[in-house]
Structures are given as structure tokens and as C-alpha cells.
Design a protein around this ligand. Structure first.
Ligand SMILES: Cc1ncc(COP(=O)(O)O)c(C=O)c1O
Length: 397
């Protein structure tokens, strides 16, 4: 196993061959309920008929073109994303990390345009995750990810929800950008407070810092609104999206307001593959489905899931806290969530473990009412069978 592959992932042994909706099937025919969706990606689940049809059609026409030429879908996807986010222009990428890189370069270039090129610094939040390239990694909090690659870009860190700390950092640093996930995904499905997000908007305005919302995990409808920050009426200068946006095909996007839409000049940024016809067709299908009621399913199934998790929290001493909204949910335990994740997997429920003690639950947006109840029943059985936390573990957590 893993022959010829760099050893960067701890992978499960099963070999998955197909799926339908929120169900995955391995080559022995065993079915799993997929509440991870390829780490918050497969919003339409597996083998969605409209996606299959659109991709089959497009593969028979043009798969790749390059951004030197036009195809019919770029502007449609870009303008629909702008409409959903309140932004004015989009740059397509192939991943979340690249969308973050684009945002960082855009902020740096904006400072050049403004005549303040010395404003090169970035401010980010402890616990945040923004990707693994050298720029994005610089803004990623986890020591484990950062340490082997230092030195990285200098970043000033603020604590989640620390308005005073943020005010000080932005006023002292005269940074190019403040980058923040409205809900930290890898950081344990941790929602930042509306007060912090609103204060960040005001402080960025006061100090002339670009406010970048990383909604790569929280965006594209996963919380029941297109953007998580829309629950609090906060609009950033730049927003990054990826994960479910092309229903499982690789697409990211960096969007910005009209104030910064013309920041890059021709040739100042680019990508060979990004925004090609095949991924744009997939994004169209995803956006069509959102427009035709899928967002409603996220809200309803999310509320049912959350209510069920809260019930588990009341019944089971192992549960410390329920986190998140919509279908971006976390169940924080009193000790490491790894044993629980493995036991759930053995029972056919796929979730993962993030920030050490949190079970991350990010199912496809198409998950059904019955599947939510199945997942909750499996969680109840597995968690009830795990040893209850000791007093020492409770105190420590
Ligand atoms: C909030 C956030 N930003 C950035 C990234 C990086 O995205 P990608 O893995 O597509 O490069 C992720 C991935 O998990 C993420 O959750």
C-alpha cells in the first residue's frame, strides 16, 4: 500500500469505488454514510444525476482551453458568485490554498497601488487554517504544520474574539490584510463572535487594512446562508471560496469588491488550469441546485442534526460541547476524538477528527432526513460505548 506515493496522509485501508447521494461504497460492497464529504467538498453528494449529465456533455466538447481564450461559462459562474457574495469580481483558482495566495497578493498589490508598499504584514487568528503553500501556511496557526518549513512570512497573531488585541495589532502593524475564517474549520468548528467580526470590519476600515474572509470551509451555503458572515451582516473586502463550489471538481475563487476589482493588471496573476469549462459546468450545476432549494435542505437538516447532537450532549458525559451551524457541525468531546472517529468508521459512519477533541460533521448538502437520524443513532451507540471521561480529563478539557 502507498507504493510510489509520498507519505503525507494516514489513509484508511478501504478502497472506495462508487457512491450515491450521501452514501459511499467500497469494493467489497460495504456501504458507508459519508458525513465528511471529502472534507466539506461533495455538496451534491456522489453521482448526482445533473452533475453527471453536465460533465459527460462537457467532456465530449472541450475539457481544457486556458485563460487565453473564452468559453461560455466563466462570466456566468463569476457573476452568480458575485451576486451571492456581494462582491464585484472573481479570480478562479484550482484550490482553496491558491485562492488564499491570490487574496494575499491582491492585498500586497493594493498597498502598492495606494502608495504604501511598506505595508506588507499580515494579521491572522490563532487556531486558523488557510492552506499549505508558503504564503497560506504562514497564516496557518498549527505549529505542527508550520515548524518544518520555517522561516515563513511574518504574521501577527491575535486570539479569537480578542477585539482589543486585534485593534492593537492593526493599529501598530499597518498591515496589508487581516485574514480570518468566520467559523474556524480545522480549528475545531469554532465560530468567531459576531461582535469580533463586526469590530474587525470597523478596525480594518479605520486602519486601511483589507479584510479577507476565508470562507473556503464555511462558505458556498454550508451554514444555510451562502456565506457564514452573512448571518452577521458583515461584508469583507475579499472573500475566498473553494471546497463544494464545483461539486467535487477542483475549483477555488478569490472574490473582491468594486474598490479592488481592478487591482491586478494583465499578467500580474494567473493559472493554467483554473476556471476551465469542465469545472465551470460543475459549478453551474452546484449553483443551480443551491438556487432550487438545496440551501433550504442545508438549513433543515442542519437544524435536525444540531438538535440531535444537543440531545446527545445532554445524555452522554463524554460530550463537552456542540458547535457550528447548518451542516458545518462539531461535537467536542472531553478527550481525544480519535478513538470515537475510528469506532464510528468501523460502524459505517464517516466523520473526522479535528483540533484533537472535535468530531467534524460536514455531510453533503443532499443528506436526507432519514440519513441524519441514522448518523445520530450511530453516534449515540458508539459514544455511549466509549469510556466516560475521568474527572481529571473533564477538568483538563
Ligand atoms: C478555511 C480553509 N482555508 C483554506 C484551506 C485550503 O484549501 P485547499 O486544501 O483546497 O487548498 C482549507 C482546507 O481545508 C480550509 O478549510
Amino acid at each position: 500500500m502507498d507504493e510510489g506515493v509520498m507519505k503525507t496522509y494516514a489513509r484508511a485501508d478501504e478502497v472506495f469505488v462508487d457512491g450515491f447521494g450521501a452514501v459511499l461504497r467500497d469494493r467489497d460492497g460495504r456501504q458507508f454514510l459519508d458525513c465528511l464529504a471529502g472534507i466539506a467538498v461533495s455538496g451534491l453528494g456522489h453521482a448526482h444525476p445533473a452533475l453527471v449529465e453536465a460533465l459527460r456533455d462537457q467532456v465530449g466538447k472541450i475539457v481544457h482551453l486556458s485563460n487565453l481564450f473564452r468559453h461560455p461559462y466563466t462570466e456566468d459562474v463569476a457573476t452568480r458568485l458575485c451576486r451571492h457574495t456581494g462582491m464585484a469580481a472573481a479570480f478562479f483558482t484550482n484550490s482553496g490554498t491558491e485562492a488564499i495566495e491570490c487574496a494575499l497578493k491582491l492585498a500586497r498589490k493594493a498597498m502598492h497601488v495606494r502608495g504604501t508598499p511598506a505595508r506588507t504584514a499580515f494579521v491572522a487568528v490563532e487556531g486558523g487554517f488557510h492552506g499549505r503553500s508558503l504564503g497560506a501556511l504562514s497564516l496557518t496557526w498549527s505549529e505542527k504544520y508550520r515548524k518544518p518549513f520555517q522561516p515563513l512570512q511574518a504574521v501577527t497573531w491575535v486570539k479569537p474574539d480578542d477585539v482589543e488585541g486585534l485593534a492593537q495589532a492593526l493599529r501598530q502593524q499597518q498591515a496589508a490584510a487581516f485574514v480570518v475564517e468566520p467559523i474556524q474549520g480545522e480549528g475545531g468548528i469554532r465560530e468567531l463572535s459576531p461582535a469580533f467580526l463586526r469590530a474587525a470590519r470597523e478596525l480594518c476600515d479605520e486602519t486601511g487594512t483589507l479584510l479577507v474572509h476565508d470562507e473556503i470551509q464555511s462558505g458556498c451555503g454550508r451554514t444555510g446562508r451562502f456565506l457564514a458572515a452573512q448571518h452577521h451582516d458583515v461584508t469583507p473586502d475579499v472573500v475566498t471560496l473553494a471546497k463544494p463550489i464545483a461539486a467535487g471538481l477542483p475549483m477555488g475563487v478569490c472574490l473582491t469588491t468594486s474598490a479592488f476589482a481592478d487591482t491586478f493588471q494583465k499578467g500580474e496573476h494567473g493559472s493554467t488550469f483554473a476556471g476551465g469549462p469542465l469545472v465551470c459546468r460543475a459549478a453551474q450545476v452546484f449553483l443551480d441546485e443551491l438556487d432550487h432549494g438545496l440551501l433550504g435542505n442545508v438549513g433543515e437538516r442542519g437544524a435536525e442534526f444540531r438538535a440531535g447532537l444537543e440531545q446527545l450532549g445532554r445524555a452522554l458525559p463524554i460530550v463537552r460541547e456542540v458547535r457550528g451551524r447548518g451542516l458545518l457541525l462539531g461535537l467536542r468531546l472531553h478527550h481525544s476524538a480519535e478513538a470515537a472517529q475510528k469506532a464510528l468508521y468501523r460502524q459505517g459512519l464517516i466523520v473526522n477528527c479535528t483540533a484533537g477533541d472535535v468530531l467534524r460533521i460536514v455531510p453533503p448538502f443532499v443528506i436526507t432526513k432519514a440519513q441524519v437520524q441514522d448518523a445520530l443513532a450511530c453516534l449515540r451507540n458508539v459514544l455511549a460505548a466509549l469510556p466516560a471521561p475521568t474527572e481529571a480529563q473533564k477538568e483538563k478539557s
